[in-house]
Design a binder for this molecule. Structure first.
Ligand code: SF4
Length: 726
């Protein structure tokens, strides 16, 4: 009986007339939920549902997944290629042949005039693994530019860099099943319930079976912090100090796993010497967490039979993002918490296929976790593709965040942007506008014609979206899953794989290399190239991926399930087989609040939206929950400035200004405000985005702003409405 009601009304599910369900994988976040799209008698996608037999989501979907079939019919999809002479002119519709010929001829012209690296490519974490690999083949083997990177530099490159520095290779060592085995979970900069709702549900499910402490480190009282046993409201940008202090206590009190340190790590002496300096008294003054709590958390973590750490953008998007990930790895290495059930460093990725680009895109090197710096790797890939290895550069070129300043400096003249939207996602919008306006040639390849970056393009190529094509994604726990082709793309939109192959066929060197036409044909190359390597795909086929609802790599030939964890034998990817403990001194180099700009500006995601709202902003059932740029502000701070709940406020930083609707809440402390990062002409008009020295990832979450009430509320309301228009 529900609250006194004798008769429970039956739940009525509207009959949408589904005649057929087609298997696929969610195309938003990196959780990797298996999803079925329902088609009616006319072949129209009318419903989405979670797949009960999939281990990842066990029938669940979050809000975004539930409405994902509506994506196929969203507004402002690109239907035909567009061209114009300059970004001030109107676009004109054109044929694919003309748009592709123009793109190929501009690549040749720019490279012929200014050199190979004067043409750059910036891609994404959203397209299929087979498409990433093909784009890499095109960029590295045909076009030959070394200025090729993806938007994963804005979200995951600190994790990649941190894993490489600690373990000798990228690759998250743990999996969701670790929640079922852990005895203590420490979360850094991760608002799991909003960012990865189904991973959060897996955690809740584990907690229902067995209680274990949840410790959340976040400057804001996020949804995750609200359910935590201990919330550490850390001073922005100081995670490294806290992590060094935790290691200090563990070593000082003899709580470390000395056997594991001796057998499986190098660099212990230097690391231990450094963390000696980070006693909790000294650390508390920098990171804002009191010394008793530091002691308590260190003891809890080290005494748990198995303890795990998860981290997301709160760690990555920082000037010491890479160091933060390494410091988490240090903590888990000294406590012997790598490669065992419930003991891991799990960086939770952002985009649906951020892992696929890390593995196969060649952005940071060559496919299959090979590097440009390694001669054997260059020879292997050149041999496989049938080209000369001398064509490859001997070290990686610019990261995405360095490509834009290189355009500003005049070193790069042409750019190809694929399924990403730097006009909204990069720091300092005004500067990015100027930079894009400087390009001699910009080609934008995207499913949506109204993606803001397209304002500056000369050619627009309309791409197919998510399940309008076929291929694979890899999720956060290294699970490769299949996206089947559910329906056809609209009008003349084409799969990204087709577009890459067409560009290759128009360039001289494209004739030297085989470009398979089908995604499955490309997947076969991945299986061959990965055989015997850490990310072995050789045991996977499309048929098996659908049947098993995804397989985790390494999955060797004959292997039916794949491996849930890495480093279970304590052997790492460095030549000596040991992981590195790395001494990490803290350098405080962020922009901090001062008299002129007295507030920390923090940014992040809300559950209803994804990235720059290119998709979710057009789905009514998502957009209605969060339609407008807003700011969380502490009531005390607002009162002092005469700012009221649901009024408008203007923020200024040293870069620009932004207008937001005010939401008063105790979630943020008096010296901090929070703004969702999804909205165009909003938070990134303010951010500075200093770069991490290893990963070149921007510190989106640490800069300072001033705030004032807006005098003309009516005008502000109109501007706010304009900012949310779709
Ligand atoms: S949790 Fe992520 S993968 Fe799962 S349905 Fe939601 S957006 Fe999709």
């Amino acid at each position: 009986m529900l609250f006194g009601r004798r008769k429970k009304n039956p739940i009525k599910i509207a009959d949408k007339g589904v005649k057929e369900w087609k298997y696929t994988t969610c195309g938003y976040c990196s959780t990797g939920c298996s999803i079925e799209v329902g088609l009616d008698g006319n072949g129209k996608a009318v419903a989405s549902r979670g797949v009960a037999s999939a281990d990842v989501n066990r029938g669940k979907l979050c809000l975004k997944g539930i409405f994902e079939h509506e994506l196929f019919y969203t507004a402002n999809r690109g239907h035909v290629p567009l061209m114009r002479d300059n970004s001030a002119a109107e676009f004109e519709q054109t044929s694919w042949d003309k748009a592709l010929d123009k793109t190929a001829s501009e690549i040749k012209r720019i490279q012929g005039t200014y050199g190979r690296d004067a043409f750059a490519i910036v891609s994404t974490g959203q397209i299929m693994t087979e498409e990433f690999y093909t784009l890499g083949k095109l960029a590295r083997g045909v076009i030959g530019t070394n200025n090729y990177d993806g938007n994963t530099t804005l979200c995951m490159s600190s994790a990649v860099s941190g894993y490489k520095r600690s373990f000798g290779s990228d690759g998250p060592p743990g999996c969701y099943d670790d929640f079922d085995h852990t005895e203590c979970l420490l979360a850094f900069g991760s608002n799991l319930p909003e960012q990865h709702p189904v991973i959060f549900w897996r955690l809740r499910e584990a907690l229902e079976k067995k209680k274990f402490p949840i410790i959340v480190v976040d400057p804001r009282v996020t949804m995750f912090a609200q359910m935590a046993d201990i919330h550490l409201p850390i001073t922005p940008g100081t995670d490294l100090v806290l992590l060094n202090a935790l290691a200090h206590v563990i070593l000082e009190e003899g709580l470390e796993d000395r056997g594991y340190i001796n057998a499986h790590t190098s660099g212990a002496a230097e690391f231990e010497k450094l963390v000696e300096e980070y006693n909790p008294v000294m650390a508390s003054k920098i990171c804002g967490i009191d010394e008793d709590t530091i002691h308590k958390v260190a003891r809890m973590y080290a005494s748990a039979g198995a303890a795990m750490t998860i981290c997301t953008m709160g760690i990555n998007q920082s000037t010491h993002g890479s160091d933060g990930v390494v410091a988490i790895n240090n903590l888990n290495l000294i406590t012997g918490n790598i490669g065992k059930p419930g003991g891991t460093s799990l960086s939770i990725t952002g985009q649906c296929n951020a892992m696929g680009t890390r593995e196969w895109s060649s952005c940071s090197g060559l496919p299959g976790y090979r590097t440009l710096e390694n001669e054997q790797d260059r020879e292997d890939i050149a041999g496989f593709w049938g080209i000369e290895s001398e064509f490859f550069p001997k070290k990686r070129g610019l990261f995405m965040t360095d490509i834009f300043p290189a355009i500003e400096a005049g070193d790069i003249k042409g750019l190809w942007v694929i399924a990403t939207n730097p006009m909204t996602s990069m720091s300092d919008t005004a500067r990015i506008r100027k930079i894009l306006g400087k390009l001699e040639f910009l080609v934008v390849q995207d499913a949506y014609e109204d993606v803001e970056t397209n304002q500056y393009s000369h050619v627009y190529l309309p791409a197919a979206l998510w399940a309008e094509k076929e291929g694979c994604f890899t999720n956060t726990e290294r699970r490769v899953n299949l996206i089947s082709n559910v329906i056809s793309p609209p009008a003349e939109a084409k799969p990204d794989l087709w577009i890459f192959n067409q560009v290759a066929s128009r360039l001289e060197r494209g004739k030297l290399i085989n470009f398979p036409e089908t995604a499955e044909g490309v997947f076969d190359e991945l299986r061959q190239l990965s055989k015997g390597r850490m990310l072995d795909y050789s045991g996977m086929t499309y048929e098996k991926l659908e049947k098993e609802r995804g397989l985790q790599w390494p999955c060797t030939e004959g292997d039916d399930v794949g491996a849930p964890r890495l480093y279970t034998d304590g052997k790492f990817q460095y030549e000596d087989g040991k992981a590195k403990l790395i001494a990490l001194p803290f350098i405080d180099n962020n922009e901090r609040p001062d008299e002129e700009y007295p507030f920390w500006l923090n940014s992040g995601r809300v559950v209803e939206h994804f990235h720059t709202r290119t998709r979710t902003g057009k789905i009514g059932n998502l957009n209605k929950f969060s339609p407008t740029p807003y700011m969380e502000m502490n009531p005390d701070a607002a009162k002092a400035l005469g700012i009221e709940h649901e009024s408008y406020a203007r923020l200024t930083s040293r870069r620009g200004d932004a207008l937001v609707l005010v939401q008063l809440t105790q979630r943020v402390p008096p010296d901090m405000v929070f703004i969702p990062f999804h909205f165009h002409e909003c938070v990134n008009r303010l951010t500075l985005g200093l770069l991490d020295p290893y990963s070149r990832q921007p510190a989106y979450k640490q800069c300072s702003v001033a705030i004032e009430a807006v005098a003309d509320e009516q005008d502000a309301a109109l501007r706010n409405v304009a900012a949310r228009a779709y």
